[in-house]
Design a protein. Structure first.
Length: 235
């Protein structure tokens, strides 16, 4: 039986929802974030605010929420030619992938998270990747996660479980899941304190939170919130 988890926590909507679910399931939960030279580095501050607010607003979870870790992955920014790590306009590439794709990012994140979990004796790796309502990143696919789970378990001789709570749901359902886990207080916390915008915009406030409103991440979040808000009460 799994009792401990490490959540890959960026401070965005998806990872905050995953953190809430982990806190509702496991006895001890730690978090890990990554500084890889992302343009939206404001998320590194947002994640600390979100953790503080969860401890403050949800006493039923506060005692389960353990240590937070931040890993320096500057090398990822150095090898990436992505609009998330360079001041370049968002566009589709000839490969059919958006130039927001950072090759190897989730593979590296999971490898380092597993190494940390090994040292901290944490059994489950929780990540907010999704194959239903996403930008087409190949390292977010369910097949990739299954392959990583096998490789990490074999390579470290420790049976890891990679949990992907959002894999088969869209953004509207992610909002609904947050409400089911923490009620309107968690939804409001996500709106006010999480950060998802690729441009790092914290000046424009929308019904769904802060962001430029135009980058791919904001567009996904906007559409998801609109569908969630339009759903019948009680869903």
């Amino acid at each position: 039986m799994h009792t401990t988890a490490l959540v890959l926590f960026s401070g965005g909507q998806d990872s905050t929802t995953c953190l809430a679910q982990a806190l509702s399931k496991y006895e001890r939960v730690e978090t890990v974030g990554f500084d890889y030279g992302q343009r939206h580095s404001v998320e590194l501050q947002a994640r600390l605010v979100v953790l503080r607010e969860i401890r403050s607003q949800f006493p039923q979870w506060a005692h389960k929420l353990g240590e937070d870790h931040l890993l320096d992955l500057a090398v990822l920014g150095q090898v990436s030619e992505s609009s998330l790590t360079r001041d370049t306009a968002f566009r589709m590439e000839s490969s059919g992938l958006p130039n927001t794709f950072v090759p190897g990012r989730n593979l590296l994140f999971l490898t380092l998270a597993a190494a940390l979990a090994y040292r901290r004796d944490l059994q489950v790796l929780v990540t907010g990747v999704c194959e239903t309502d996403f930008s087409g990143y190949p390292d977010c696919r369910d097949d990739t996660m299954k392959a990583m789970q096998l490789a990490l378990s074999l390579g470290m001789d420790k049976r890891f479980l990679i949990e992907t709570p959002l894999m088969w749901i869209d953004k509207a359902a992610t909002w609904a899941l947050a409400e089911a886990l923490g009620g309107r207080p968690l939804v409001q916390l996500i709106i006010e304190h999480t950060h998802t915008c690729y441009l790092g915009d914290r000046t424009h406030r929308h019904a769904w939170g802060y962001g430029c409103g135009q980058c791919p991440a904001c567009e996904l979040r906007l559409r998801g919130y609109a569908a969630y808000a339009a759903a019948p009460a009680g869903r």
